[in-house]
Design a protein around this ligand. Structure first.
Ligand code: NAD
Length: 471
């Protein structure tokens, strides 16, 4: 049993003022593996004061100094990559492929932002105005459990590049991972107060940050429901907000696609991170003329996916993060059947031969229409819908008929044709034929998938305020 009983304020590990404790679990065994002592409003005040004091010098730091900080942070995180990977597997059960990507992505977030910073001009001229891009002020980051390291590192990298300081509230379910990451960030030796990390519940620590009068900017990743609450709380003091929220991404197979090539990628997008991914391609849009063929390919491919404890590197689908999440996914599998959809593969309960752990059978429904709740609501588990379409126009209608707009996938043997489709999809990112992540390109959602963008220059500018001096 591990006890996490410190938070990080002004360059030191300190005991929180808050006294409440929360249990931590290994989702593959359902066993409690630790406890975390949580912060409260007083801890938020202390952390914000430290960040505010540090802002005075950080906001005046040079580009070269910030780049050096980002490199130190990268080195410190990369140095403990294997410990970070172990903690992620144990506390969260992510499969090996995602753990590998996630830890690397977290460390390189600092290098990517350093590269953006090198070529970014903080001063420029427009007509007779001199423009200066100034740091927005003390920022707060509020992050979810489903990629704890990546979200913390990317948000912190962006704040540092902008000359801002930060208070970070990670998910209360990721405290073992957070503790390890905080040790790495501390080892980078940055001046005190530039970043502060307060564990705590959303309705306590998250809410206190969202309404704090000394916080100028909030960068949030999490559910649309929480994003709405943060936006409302932030409105009183007109905080700048970046919200990275949920999705129900279309995963469009065009009629010319080579299914042998495409189906594994369709499933990789749909079951990304055991289905616990905001960008998961959960609505598979299939041409009517090839529906039976697509069902067969999907069923065969899913049968080869190994579900189990992520300590086995061949496992493709790990457990759900919590009992609550397992129950929620089960309720959607039940709901799909009640709504009249047909199971191609999977169903309720644990996979055959598994008697403990929050494991779900990878599930695909056919006979789904886009009005069903399983096609409209974010399930956040390995549950996909196949929705048939008549022609490209119909596919686009279905793809865009959602309150979300985070990411979309198009598969075709003709890239130009796929690009023409991409032009008409309402989503912040469209991925053609499984193209890899581009860390300098903007990332974020249309519609209720969020406000603003992260990564690259677009991300950096979300932490900056332009000022024009006219002479
Ligand atoms: P969540 O919204 O429940 O929690 C996210 C964070 O917000 C946690 O730290 C939580 O403690 C905090 N929080 C909760 N209530 C709060 C409140 N009232 N005020 C302030 N903070 C509060 O989300 P989750 O379950 O941790 O993560 C899953 C969700 O995150 C999914 O909806 C997923 O789509 C979304 N997500 C989005 C992205 C993206 O980049 N768009 C990435 C990953 C996850």
């Amino acid at each position: 049993m591990r006890t996490t009983d410190t938070i990080y304020i002004n360059g030191s590990f300190v005991r929180p003022h808050g006294k409440e404790e929360a249990p931590l679990f290994n989702p593959a065994t359902e066993e409690q593996i630790g406890t975390v002592r949580l912060g409260d409003e007083q801890d938020v005040d202390n952390a914000v004061s430290a960040a505010k004091a540090a802002f005075a010098s950080q906001s005046q730091s040079s580009k070269a100094e910030r780049i050096a900080m980002l490199h130190s942070l990268h080195d410190a995180v990369a140095a403990r990559a294997s410990d970070l990977a172990d903690a992620m597997r144990e506390e969260y059960g992510a499969p090996a492929s995602f753990v590998g990507f996630s830890v690397l992505h977290a460390a390189t977030a600092f290098l990517n932002m350093a590269k953006t910073l090198e070529s970014y001009e903080f001063r420029r001229r427009i007509g007779h105005a001199e423009i200066e891009m100034r740091p927005a002020g003390v920022a707060a980051a509020i992050t979810p459990w489903n990629s704890n390291y990546g979200f913390i590192c990317n948000k912190l990298a962006t704040a540092i590049a902008a000359g801002a300081t930060m208070v970070i509230k990670p998910s209360e379910m990721s405290a073992i991972q957070t503790q390890l990451l905080t040790e790495c960030l501390h080892a980078a030796g940055l001046p005190d107060g530039i970043f502060n990390i307060v564990n705590g519940y959303g309705h306590v620590v998250g809410a206190a940050l969202s309404s704090h009068h000394d916080i100028a900017k909030i960068s949030f990743t999490g559910s649309t429901v929480t994003g709405r609450a943060i936006l409302q709380a932030a409105a009183a003091t007109f905080k700048r907000v970046t919200l990275e929220l949920g999705g129900k991404s279309p995963n469009i197979i065009l009629d010319d696609a080579d299914l042998d090539l495409v189906i594994p990628q369709v499933l990789a997008a749909g079951f990304a991170n055991s289905g616990q991914a905001c960008i998961a391609g959960t609505r598979i849009l299939a041409p009517e003329g090839r529906l039976t063929e697509i069902h067969d390919h999907l069923a065969q491919a899913v049968a080869t996916l190994k579900v189990g404890d992520a300590s086995d590197p061949t496992v493709r689908i790990g457990p759900m993060v919590s009992r609550k999440q397992w129950d929620r996914v089960q309720s959607y599998i039940r709901l799909g059947q009640e709504e009249g959809a047909r199971l191609i593969v999977g169903g309720e309960g644990r996979p055959k031969g598994v008697d403990r752990g929050w494991f779900v059978r990878p599930t695909i429904f056919s006979g789904v229409n886009n009005d069903m709740r399983i096609a409209r609501e974010e399930i956040f588990g390995p549950v996909l819908c196949v929705i048939p379409y008549r022609d490209e126009t119909h596919a686009l209608e279905i793809a865009n008929d959602t309150v979300y707009g985070l990411q979309a996938y198009v598969f075709s043997s003709d890239v130009d044709r796929a690009k023409r489709m991409a032009d008409r999809i309402e989503a912040g990112r469209v991925v053609i034929n499984g193209a890899p992540h581009e860390p300098a390109a903007p990332f974020g959602g249309f519609k209720q998938s969020g406000i603003g963008r992260e990564f690259g220059a677009a991300g950096l500018e979300s932490f900056l305020e332009p000022r024009a001096v006219l002479s």
